[in-house]
Design a protein around this ligand. Structure first.
Ligand code: NAD
Length: 256
């Protein structure tokens, strides 16, 4: 379905980004990877699916590095057809104790980076009259939790950005949507499970059960494969009129 197209997935060396990159590669898209950690392993996994890859390790909190990432994508494959804004970090603390540099980093990586990639990718998408921008928001883009002020602000912000750019592109072949996952068992969430187990002196299995029990009625994690399948659907012709939505895949979290 995406043969000959190029997908850029930010933060794709791990977790949800890697899962979505794999799902898009399975549809034939060449992939531009980004993120820290083991980029070579991620590239090898994706190339094994029979597509080409490029990698740029831009720090998504730095606008000039984001410009270099977009330049690398254009040089490698001509343009970006599917842009997945996924890179994100978390920090948990009460607002009055929230480290100022963590607030700035979360807003920069989880929100502002999507503004930069979007503004830089859109001209070529408009010219081709086809494109997909998929923003990985969160259940926290729709509802809040205590101690996550920066994350909740950034994720609500990216839902707003999604709607605004969807309106600006409404008469074109470019669609802009957000995906709002509930708990997904990735390194970002594993850290919260580890912290909880240590803080409460309970096993990891119990901490994980408690974490789900608090928020996610299905009591099951959303998987990266399920999120990848949703990204593939949003990239398909069947989703041509899906515009500006914040699509929850959260085991019922935001239905409560
Ligand atoms: P993860 O920690 O497994 O992956 C995050 C990715 O972002 C990694 O590739 C990391 O290298 C990259 N990254 C982090 N900081 C970066 C920076 N400054 N510049 C470039 N890359 C950077 O996390 P994940 O759980 O896969 O999260 C991916 C996205 O999904 C995030 O936006 C997160 O908020 C969102 N999300 C996650 C969950 C969940 O339960 N795991 C739920 C809802 C939304």
């Amino acid at each position: 379905m995406l043969k000959g197209k190029t997908a850029l997935v930010t933060g794709s060396t791990s977790g949800i980004g890697l899962g979505i990159a794999k799902a898009l590669a399975q549809q034939g898209a060449n992939i531009v990877l980004n993120g820290f950690g083991d980029a070579k392993a991620a590239q090898a996994e994706i190339e094994a699916l029979g597509v080409k890859t490029a990698y740029h390790g831009a720090d998504m909190s730095k606008p000039e590095q984001i410009e270099a990432l977009m330049q690398t994508a254009a040089e490698a494959f001509g343009r970006v057809d599917v842009l997945v804004n996924n890179a994100g970090i978390q920090h948990v603390a009460k607002v009055e104790d929230f480290p100022v540099e963590k607030w700035d980093a979360i807003i920069a990586i989880n929100l502002t980076s999507a503004f930069h990639t979007t503004r830089l990718a859109l001209p070529a998408m408009r010219e081709a009259n086809w494109g997909r921008i998929i923003n990985i928001a969160s259940a926290h883009g729709l509802v809040a939790s205590a101690q996550k002020s920066a994350y909740v602000a950034a994720k609500h912000g990216i839902v707003g950005l999604t709607k605004s750019v969807a309106l600006e592109t409404a008469t074109t072949g470019v669609t802009v949507n957000a995906i709002c996952p509930g708990w997904v068992l990735t390194p970002l969430v594993q850290k919260q499970i580890d912290d909880r187990a240590a803080r409460e002196g309970i096993s990891m299995a119990q901490a994980s059960k408690d974490l789900l029990g608090e928020k996610q009625p299905s009591l099951q994690f959303t998987t990266v494969e399920q999120l990848g399948a949703l990204a593939v659907f949003l990239s398909s012709a069947a989703a041509d009129q899906v515009r500006g939505v914040a699509w929850a895949m959260d085991g019922g979290w935001t239905a409560q």
